[in-house]
Design a protein around this ligand. Structure first.
Ligand SMILES: Nc1nc2c(ncn2[C@@H]2O[C@H](COP(=O)(O)OP(=O)(O)OP(=O)(O)O)[C@@H](O)[C@H]2O)c(=O)[nH]1
Ligand SMILES: [Mg+2]
Length: 352
């Protein structure tokens, strides 16, 4: 799972990256892209680890990416087209918009208007997608003039892309026009920006923390944050944070809010595998079936799948141990097509 942070120069992208990653603020060179694998806080997994005392404990992680900082003179806009290779690989985009005063900001970027900035960023995303679309349509047009084995396939792709281009030209994000299933899969390889889930962080000044964020259409989550304060708090030992958070009226860390919203936006749930060797969380999309869950662990487990032994977290916890869960008949035998539930503890029976 990968979330890329996007925004105008000076909006506080790197400050938010620091607040999410907990890395020291001087960790990364502003001129380079930075990546942090951030652990998903998992109280359930912690409880399982206390029970099994495993040799290895593996939480789910989300990768967050901070793009290189802007260079002198290229601060007209967010410059998304420069970063397309990185952006196309994102599962979700976290837009950061500035709501604090900063005398260093050049006059032409000086407005403080978070909602207008979100709108501009989305326009840039539409334009980037139009460019991707047009390039591919050009290529297909040319290739369709020659006979080929993939003619029908290319014709179908062209028709879908023509529809995408029309949607983008009328300023509709592709997320709203793409049909789930075959079409969505076909288009995913292009990495269209307007097909991805969007989160918005409104980066406010220290004196304006808290309060409800405005509603924004067609985004998966909006928060008010103060990246500067949050990036300081995350550097503190965990036990010292609550006092500072209380001072600033921060009820939950930006990191935790962003992680939760990201998982939610991407429709991710987790199942667990347990044992003395390892207790581990496995993130999967909601609706994932048992055989695909097995394949996450190892392709052999999917190939040789016999059945899944499953117990829900709450039932397991109430029983207190695997032996007791079995004795109470809570350990179910499920087939390949079983839809995995959030918190399931799963053991795959297989033979290869
Ligand atoms: N007052 C205040 N200042 C902030 C906040 N967040 C960031 N800043 C300051 O704003 C300036 C720009 O922040 P960055 O995090 O570097 O912004 P950026 O979006 O990464 O900028 P580029 O990568 O160069 O495009 C820095 O001087 C930060 O200290 C905030 O929440 N409040
Ligand atoms: Mg930066």
């Amino acid at each position: 799972m990968r979330v890329v942070i996007v925004g105008f120069p000076y909006s506080g992208k790197s400050a938010l990256f620091t607040a999410i990653s907990g890395l020291p603020p001087d960790h990364h060179k502003a001129s380079e892209e930075s990546l942090a694998s951030v652990k998903v806080p998992e109280p359930r997994l912690q409880w399982l680890a206390d029970l099994y005392k495993p040799r290895k404990y593996t939480e789910a992680t989300i990768d967050f990416v901070d793009l290189p900082g802007h260079a002198e003179g290229d601060s007209e806009h967010a410059g998304l087209e420069k970063h397309l290779p990185t952006l196309r690989q994102a599962d979700a985009l976290l837009l950061v918009v500035r709501a604090f005063q900063n005398p260093a900001v050049p006059p032409h970027l000086g407005r403080i208007d978070p909602l207008a900035d979100v709108k501009s960023l989305r326009e840039e995303m539409l334009l980037a997608d139009l460019m991707i679309c047009a390039n591919r349509i050009d290529k297909l047009d040319k290739s369709l003039k020659k006979p080929s084995k993939t003619h029908d396939q290319e014709k179908h792709e062209l028709a879908v892309l023509e529809r995408c281009r029309a949607a983008l030209e009328s300023e509709k994000p592709l997320r709203d026009v793409i049909q789930p299933g075959e079409e969505e899969r076909l288009l995913r390889s292009f990495g269209f920006l307007t097909q991805k889930s969007i989160l918005v962080a409104i980066n406010s000044g220290e004196d304006a923390i808290g309060g409800d964020p405005p509603a924004i259409e067609s985004v998966a989550g909006v928060f008010n944050i103060c990246a500067a304060v949050e990036s300081d708090i995350i550097q503190l030992p965990a036990e010292d944070r609550p006092a500072f958070m209380a001072d600033y009226h921060i009820s939950a860390l930006a990191r935790d809010r962003v992680i939760r919203a990201s998982l939610n936006a991407l429709g991710m749930i987790a199942f667990y595998t347990v044992g003395e060797d390892e207790v581990r969380a496995w993130p999967v999309p909601r609706g994932c079936i048992a055989v695909d869950a097995a394949g996450k662990i190892h392709t052999d487990l999917a190939r040789g799948f016999i059945r899944a032994e499953v117990v829900g977290y709450d039932e397991f916890r109430a029983a207190g141990s695997m032996r007791e869960a079995k004795a109470q008949g809570k350990l179910r035998q499920e087939p390949k097509g079983y839809v995995v539930q959030d918190g399931d503890i799963i053991n795959i029976k297989f033979s290869v």
